[in-house]
Design a binder for this molecule. Structure first.
Ligand code: NAD
Ligand code: MG
Length: 398
């Protein structure tokens, strides 16, 4: 990644125009919490949501957004009625979300969950000098195409994901050739100590109880299966100039060290902080400066002990599945992601068990060979086709 803001970035200029794609979610609300803490610093351009018109309208009014867009067309009437007389423009449907992403701004936070975030994130490129990307599925499904488009558009992509944001802070772009390893940490999720024999019967509610992070339901399940760490390995591989063999995962239940970069001179640099997404989001909102946030400072003496261990790939097969897809490349990460989205949705709906998530992903990935192999998607259409193909297969083996 480059070290300087793109041409045209209005760094330091206040107020900064900000759009949030996925404003009603966990990342979106954390972003708005930071906005509220600095009155006058941001001007809200567009806020989007999936289908919760009531919450979106409340946020749009509270933060004086110019535009509010709900992806579900069925939620339009409610949004329009709730915003009547406010002067805030209301719109609905996936095309309107994409149009909102292209409103000229100084920074866009891309926080839609899943593959649905790819098209709006792509659309935002060029309309903003800075894209703070939380939507990791964009990088997993179509990373090379997306990052090439960002470069062409002159948009700087900043990673919001805590591990990647940590690495961003300690990865010396000028010394990339003497980096020997990039390490991302994992809390281990709620089943870190659960015996393999009990994993088949864990419930949705048990899986949704994350010990350290408060997040949306999809990523919380991904954290319980360790698929989140697999997706994050692929995300790191896309973002940083490193080989697959230079990437590793350490389970670190305290979730204090978020990412580490090892240099060949013997130095191991890390970023530490309390597990609170407002730190990496705030870093992106302030970049290339640093600004104070209301996040509780890390008290290392209260934490006392930091522990690290290797992940258990036998109990958590989603991690090796993702690692294999990363090594394979050529569309395999896109297929992995799509199958995982289908499986997680089915698990959350009570249609399949916890261990079925890995089974569905594995069976779907196995179909790649039957297809005679795949190629890395080089356009939105190609990525959407591949995602749709994988979803069909995954749905058939639920
Ligand atoms: P969430 O479920 O809490 O929120 C998702 C947001 O996207 C909501 O505003 C929802 O209304 C919107 N949305 C859902 N489906 C949509 C669709 N089809 N079209 C348009 N909008 C839609 O999710 P989250 O936990 O905030 O995660 C968002 C993204 O950030 C994910 O990609 C996740 O992996 C990533 N991320 C989250 C965290 C975290 O702490 N929550 C940390 C790192 C990365
Ligand atoms: Mg993360």
């Amino acid at each position: 990644m480059e070290a300087s803001p793109s041409a045209g970035a209005s760094v330091g200029q206040v107020p900064r125009r900000l759009s949030i794609l996925g404003a009603t979610g966990s990342i979106g609300l954390n972003t708005l919490d930071l906005v509220a803490a600095e009155p006058g610093r941001f001007e809200i351009e567009a806020l989007t949501a999936g289908r919760n018109a009531r919450e979106l309208a409340e946020l749009a009014v509270r933060f004086s957004a110019r535009v509010a867009v709900v992806a579900d067309p069925g939620a339009y009437a409610e949004l329009r009625d709730r915003l009547a007389g406010t002067g805030i423009e209301a719109a609905a449907g996936p095309a309107a979300v994409i149009a909102a992403a292209t409103c000229p701004t100084d920074i866009v936070v891309s926080a839609i969950v899943g593959f649905a975030g790819l098209a709006p994130s792509l659309a935002a490129l060029g309309a903003t000098p800075i894209l703070a990307l939380a939507n990791k599925e964009t990088l997993v499904s179509a990373g090379p195409m997306f990052l090439a488009a960002a470069q062409r558009a002159g948009t700087r992509v900043l990673p919001v994901d805590s591990e990647h944001n940590a690495i961003f802070q300690v990865f010396e772009a000028n010394n990339a050739d003497i980096v020997s390893e990039v390490i991302i940490t994992a809390s281990g999720g709620p089943f870190l100590k659960t015996p393999k024999s009990e994993l088949a019967t864990v419930t949705r509610d048990m899986a949704l109880r994350h010990p350290k992070w408060s997040m949306g339901p999809k990523i919380t399940i991904d954290s319980a299966t360790l698929m989140n760490k697999g997706l994050e390995l692929i995300e790191a591989y896309r973002l940083y100039p490193i080989s697959v063999d230079q990437l590793s995962v350490l389970v670190h239940p305290q979730s204090v060290v978020h990412g580490l970069v090892r240099y060949k001179d013997g130095s191991l640099l890390a970023e530490l902080g309390v597990p609170d997404m407002r730190t990496p989001i705030g870093y992106c909102l302030a970049w290339p400066e640093r600004r104070p946030t209301t996040v509780k400072p890390l008290d290392l003496s209260a934490v006392g002990t930091l522990t690290f261990e290797a992940p258990d790939r036998d109990r958590f097969p989603c991690l090796p599945l993702a690692e294999a897809a990363m090594r394979r490349g050529d569309g395999a990460p896109c297929v992995l992601n799509a199958a995982n989205e289908v499986a997680v949705e089915a698990f959350l709906a009570g249609r399949i068990g916890f261990l079925d998530i890995a089974r569905v992903v594995e069976v779907t990935l196995d179909k790649i060979d039957a297809e005679g192999g795949l190629v890395e998607p080089e356009s939105l259409v190609a990525a959407t086709d591949l995602d749709g193909w994988a979803r069909k297969i995954a749905s058939a083996c639920l």
